[in-house]
Design a protein around this ligand. Structure first.
Ligand code: HEM
Length: 518
């Protein structure tokens, strides 16, 4: 009897202790520390807590889901909850943001520049390059790479975009009309462009290897999503023991591809390294640049290596990062850009008229200055990226307790998930958010709109370093295609099923019909 009482007392005490502890930690969500408020108000009055599918908070909400279900999970919450919300799972609070007002608080906070744990899942592929690194390493890499995206350098890259765009349309030289799969052809164009501009290497004699690279990267992306959907694999040790070996063959192929590119460029640069001249100028000229040879971003890294600012491993990290960031993102922008041209004939016509006004038929004046005059095309591309942001999601991690101006206190370890896809379609900030209307971006129609309602390239310190490059590349191809062809629709986006990926994905093969202009 005594024993029974002792057991009862012990169990009662344990329950009482857990009950008390549950105020500070979501006990069943593996002791996730709770988000609190500065003035003691209920958290729900600022950010509702989403109901989980199991008693373990939200930790198993995605368990076993496929890419489309994972994508829909966040969309459904955004539709139902209609404001930024909190989830708890696997020992971590997750602050899901769909409001521009809250995104502004996060992206402007100097202490919130560390990426969320999800980006750790990219480490095997990208290691810790500019996208995934933190603190001093990130600062020093950003400093090395920033000058390579300077206006003057972009002017040189524009030459490459033009040449590659002309090569793109040359494929259809014999056809008066042709149905093409943008999903298949565009990634080849963007991979060629990034290899030449960033790496200074033409893919012409490595085309097959380029195809293999793209296929293997797609596999890595699938593995990445699988890892997100299985909370047991969020832990690196468990993943390395049970999941990582399946990644190895894909990783080897992409790392070998980038190593081969680096080796090729090192040979090309050997002369330049021997006789290198470093411009002493300030600002515009403050970049390693050999005038006899076309500059590539990789050159900056190789020269920085000579100055002891980066090592070979660091160069590989940045090359893998630039390849990945610079090819898949612009691919999606262009695929959806061509699709929207095909779907909205009247808006395509406005782009075409404008292009005809400013760009010669032989493209002789197609340069960065002329492209800047194409205001409607600019709005068209922006609207495409609003509805189909190549990077639909960004994550940050709170490394020490942080108070936000909206009254929330986020404990250390909180994962901040910014859903760009939902922010870009937030009904409070966008009229008829699902309609394609480039005119929204006219200056007079943008007045009063929250600046953070549109963040395809992020904002703040960790914004996209390649945004001007990306816009230029996408516009150049659209200009060349539009000058030569009318673009007709072959797909209905209503039938699309979106998938979660590192970038926005759909299983649908996006095709368009090109009809040669007279
Ligand atoms: C349509 C095309 C593109 C889109 C929509 C895009 C979007 C973004 C976004 C949203 C981020 C922030 C990611 C985050 O915070 O997690 C980012 C970062 C980055 N992007 Fe882009 N990007 C594009 C093209 C490019 C290109 C062409 C390059 C390079 C050639 C590039 C290089 C990078 C790098 C290196 C970062 C990391 C910057 C840092 O953390 O300092 N991106 N991009």
């Amino acid at each position: 009897m005594d024993l029974f009482l002792w057991v009862l007392l012990a169990v009662g005490s344990l329950i009482f202790w857990l009950y008390q502890l549950n105020k500070d930690y979501y006990v069943l969500a593996f002791f996730s520390p709770r988000v609190k408020t500065k003035d003691g108000r209920p958290v729900e009055s600022i950010a509702p807590v989403a109901n989980g599918k199991t008693i373990f908070g939200n930790g198993f909400d995605l368990y076993g889901s496929n890419e489309a279900e994972i994508f829909q999970h966040s969309r459904t919450h955004a539709r139902k909850i209609r404001t930024s919300y909190i989830e708890y799972g696997m020992g971590l609070p997750m602050y899901n943001i769909i409001d521009p007002e809250v995104v502004e608080l996060i992206l402007n906070d100097q202490n919130l520049i560390n990426k969320s744990v999800v980006y750790d899942f990219l480490h095997p592929a990208l290691r810790t390059g500019l996208l995934t690194s933190t603190d001093k390493k990130w600062h020093s890499r950003r400093k090395i790479l920033t000058p390579t995206f300077h206006f003057n350098i972009l002017g040189h890259f524009e030459e490459v975009f033009k040449t590659e765009s002309l090569k793109f349309v040359e494929q259809f030289a014999d056809s008066s009309e042709i149905c093409i799969s943008a999903s298949e052809l565009i990634p080849k164009f963007t991979l060629n462009s990034i290899c030449e501009t960033a790496m200074g290497v033409k893919l012409d004699d490595m085309a097959e290897k380029g195809n293999i690279y793209r296929k293997n990267f797609a596999q890595i992306e699938k593995r990445f999503i699988k890892r997100i959907s299985n909370p047991f694999y969020w832990n690196n040790t468990i993943y390395n023991l049970f999941g990582a070996k399946e990644d190895a063959p894909f990783l080897n192929i992409i790392h070998n591809f980038s190593s081969e590119i680096i080796a090729k460029r090192r040979i090309l640069l050997q002369d330049a390294l021997q006789n290198r001249q470093i411009s002493q100028g300030d600002g515009d000229d403050d970049i390693y640049f050999n005038k006899k040879q076309r500059f590539a971003m990789l050159d900056t890294l190789i020269f920085a290596e000579k100055d002891g600012l980066i090592d070979h491993q660091g160069i590989c990290e940045e090359v893998d990062t630039l390849m990945f960031e610079g090819f898949d993102t612009t691919s999606m922008g262009l695929i959806f850009g061509l699709m929207n041209m095909s779907l909205y004939a009247d808006k395509q016509e406005l782009c075409y008229q404008e292009i005809n006004e400013f760009i010669e038929n032989d493209f002789s004046n197609l340069d960065i200055n002329q492209i800047a005059k194409l205001k409607y095309l600019d709005c068209f591309v922006k609207e495409t990226m609003r509805l189909f942001p190549s990077v639909p999601f960004m994550g940050r991690q709170v490394h020490r307790k942080t108070e936000l101006a909206n009254g929330l206190i986020l404990p250390a370890g909180t994962q901040i998930l910014m859903h760009v896809f939902d922010i870009h379609r937030h009904p409070k900030h966008w009229d008829a958010p699902n309609e394609f209307r480039p005119e929204r971006f006219f200056t007079e129609n943008s007045e009063g709109r929250h600046i953070y309602a549109y963040i395809p390239f992020s904002a703040g310190q960790r914004n996209c370093i390649g945004q001007k490059y990306a816009m230029l590349e996408m516009k150049t191809l659209l200009i060349v295609v539009l000058k030569k062809f009318r673009i007709l629709p072959l797909v209905d986006p209503k039938s699309f099923v979106f998938n979660s990926g590192i970038t926005l994905r759909t299983n649908n093969n996006i095709q368009v019909k090109l009809v040669r202009r007279a």
